[in-house]
Ligand binder design. Sequence first.
Ligand SMILES: [Zn+2]
Ligand SMILES: [Zn+2]
Length: 367
Amino acid sequence: MRFVAPPYMQQLPNVSMKSARIVKPNESLEVQQLETPRPKGSQVLIKVESSGVCHSDIHLWEGGYEGLEGQFLKTTDRGVKYPLTPGHEIAGIVDSFGEEAEGFTKNEKVLVYPWIGEGLCPACRNGQENLCDKPRSLGVYMDGGYAEYVLVPSYRYLLKMDDEMDMNASATLSCSALTAYGAVKNANLKPNDNVVIVGAGGLGLMAIQLAKAVKGSKIIAMDLDDEKLGAAKKNGADNTINSKKEDPVKAVMELTDKMGADAVVDFVNASKTVESDIQFLRRRANLVLVGFFGGELKLSLVSMPTRAYRLIGSYTGTLSDMVELVSLARRGVIKPLVSNRFKLNQATEALTMLKEGKILGRGVINP
Ligand SMILES: [Zn+2]
Ligand SMILES: [Zn+2]
């Protein structure tokens, strides 16, 4: 028999919840009052304390990405459905759980791994749910963290936090830091390798910290903005190149004894940046493309075998990457930076500021 809450209980705060939702692309997000989901089976209901505001939320809001020849790639063609509650960088506390959920207690501080797959494709079977054929990611295909509560499909996607870990900084681990970590891993760096990090924004700075701490590489940071390059230096970059003021190819060659870079991780991934990346790659190098700027690339096909470099697309990271990352954060090896905090009804403002480049570290929503 289904339990129907009597009217006095419907006044309780967790019978209904507020969510900031994209109802239609490019329109202001609407704060809607929705029924709070009730967890069943292995599901867990999380009370959201902090939800990061990510660049990919802007693409969800705009309804797509730039593809080849100015073509617009629609999110709805990739299975996104509106209205949607965005938010995939979620930190919160356990509110309630289904009868099969185990290992967690009420009010426990947790992080949510959002890159959830359907569980059956070869990637999922291989522990790479972030690359699932039929992704169900939170805040992209399922309602996410721009809300007072979020329903997580299984306790398996929760990671315990230490009490002293900050909710806002930790929230950004599950996309911003995880994407940087996944990309650095895909670069397959060895100690003393020269790696060029293109774009010294939030992800770039995190990648610099990770490449330095985990791999011991020699890091060259590249950006158009001297202020960001200053931050790159503080975060561990050995050298910096302002590609607006100097020729990036010449500059990299000079810094690498004319050999070129062993790896490049490009967090911008625009036609212009990748064109020069290709020119300063060393033979055998790995070029990891991460950013969503988009556009197209002209490629000399014969140089692929003769120079034997690899072009690698990198998307977020695996659950086991995230476990490693949380332990790095716990030990203070990486320090995520949160610069702006917003309320749920400021979600549109948060996305607008991010789009206009006015958020320097990471913005978070505190529902
Ligand atoms: Zn993200
Ligand atoms: Zn799958």
